[in-house]
Design a protein around this ligand. Structure first.
Ligand code: PDD
Length: 276
C-alpha cells in the first residue's frame, strides 16, 4: 500500500513520470519516521522539519500539517505495520527537464511503510565507524533527496568492514552519513550545534531532552577529531539506529571497546519513552 498524492494505491498502480524532477535532479525532500506499536513516533517534529525543508527549497507544501498527519495515520492502518518505518518524499513535480524551476508545478507525494525490527543487537554490542572529510553542500539542514555523498560515505564504511562514516569539515566533526553523533567526555555530552552543517535530527533532540532531564551536562558546540579520539564514549542517534554505540573508529578502539555507561543509561531512558 502506498500513498501517492491523495490516493492510497497498490504498488502496481503507482506510475512515476520519467519527467519527475526528483528523478532528474534529486529535486525533493523526504522524511523517515519510526513506527512503534502501530503508532508513528514524534510525527509533529518530522512533519515540521519536512515543511521547513520544502520551504527552504521553495516547494509549496501540498497539505496542512493536520491533513498530512491524517493521511499518514491512515497509511499506517492500511499497511498493518506494527513495528517499522514510514518513508515519505515530496518531489517538486513533473516538467520537461530544465534547470529553471517551472512555475505552477504540482508536487508529487509518495509514502509507504515497511515492517522493520529495531536494531537491538547493534544497539547492545555497538558498531565500528570510519572518518571521512564532509564533502556535502552547505545546506545539510535540508533533508534533501540528494544523498550521493551520504551513500558513497556509507558504502566506504561497508568497504572498510564498518557500519557508519563520521564526517568532519577540516577536522571538525559534523554528523554521520545517516545519523547524528554525540561524544561523552568526563561525564559531559558534546554534539555539533544545530546549523546549516547538520541535519536537525529528531532523535538528537529527543536524546538531548532525556539527557538534560537526567541531569547530564550537555555542550552543543563543535568538537574535533582529536576530541573524538579521546572520547570516553561515542554514540550515534537516528530514527532507525535510535542510540547506537560506536566502539571503534578507524580501527582504534573507543575506551574499553564496550558501549559506555552514559550511552546505556540514555538507551534505557529512550526505551522507556518509546514503550510508554
Ligand atoms: N536519516 N543526519 C543525517 C545525514 C541523516 O540522514 C539522519 C537520518 C540523521 C538523523 O535524523 P533523525 O534522528 O531525525 O532520523 C542525521 C534517515 C533515517 C535516512 O536517511 O534514512
Amino acid at each position: 500500500m502506498l500513498l501517492y498524492n491523495d490516493l492510497f494505491l497498490n504498488k502496481e498502480e503507482v506510475h512515476i513520470s520519467h519527467e519527475d524532477r526528483g528523478y532528474y535532479f534529486g529535486d525533493g525532500v523526504y522524511e523517515v519516521f519510526r513506527i512503534y506499536n502501530g503508532k508513528i513516533f514524534e510525527t509533529e517534529k518530522h512533519l515540521q522539519r519536512l515543511k521547513r525543508s520544502c520551504e527552504e527549497i521553495q516547494i509549496q507544501f501540498p497539505y496542512t500539517i493536520e491533513e498530512i498527519n491524517d493521511k499518514l495515520l491512515q497509511l499506517v492502518q492500511k499497511s498493518f505495520v506494527h513495528e517499522g518505518t514510514l518513508y515519505l518524499q515530496i518531489t517538486r513535480g513533473v516538467a520537461p527537464r530544465s534547470h529553471v524551476i517551472p512555475k505552477d508545478i504540482k508536487p508529487v507525494v509518495l509514502a509507504y511503510c515497511n515492517e522493520v525490527n529495531r536494531p537491538l543487537d547493534k544497539m547492545q554490542s555497538g558498531i565500528k565507524a570510519i572518518t571521512q572529510e564532509d564533502i556535502r553542500w552547505l545546506r545539510c539542514d535540508i533533508k534533501s533527496l540528494n544523498l550521493l555523498p551520504n551513500t558513497l560515505a556509507k558504502q566506504n564504511a561497508v568497504n572498510h568492514s564498518a557500519e557508519e562514516t563520521i564526517f568532519h569539515r577540516d577536522g571538525v566533526i559534523t554528523e554521520c552519513s545517516a545519523s547524528n553523533i554525540m561524544i561523552v567526555h568526563d561525564g559531559e555530552i558534546h554534539t555539533h550545534p544545530v546549523n546549516h552543517l547538520i541535519l536537525n535530527g529528531v532523535t538528537r533532540a529527543v536524546v538531548l531532552k532525556l539527557a538534560a532531564k537526567a541531569g547530564f551536562p550537555i555542550k552543543e558546540h563543535p568538537f574535533d577529531l582529536k576530541q573524538l579520539n579521546r572520547a570516553d564514549e561515542v554514540f550515534i542517534t537516528g530514527t532507525t539506529v535510535e542510540i547506537t554505540p560506536i566502539i571503534s573508529i578507524d580501527q582504534l578502539i573507543v575506551s574499553d571497546g564496550k558501549p559506555g555507561k552514559i550511552t546505556r543509561e540514555l538507551q534505557n531512558l529512550y526505551e522507556k519513552l518509546i514503550t510508554s
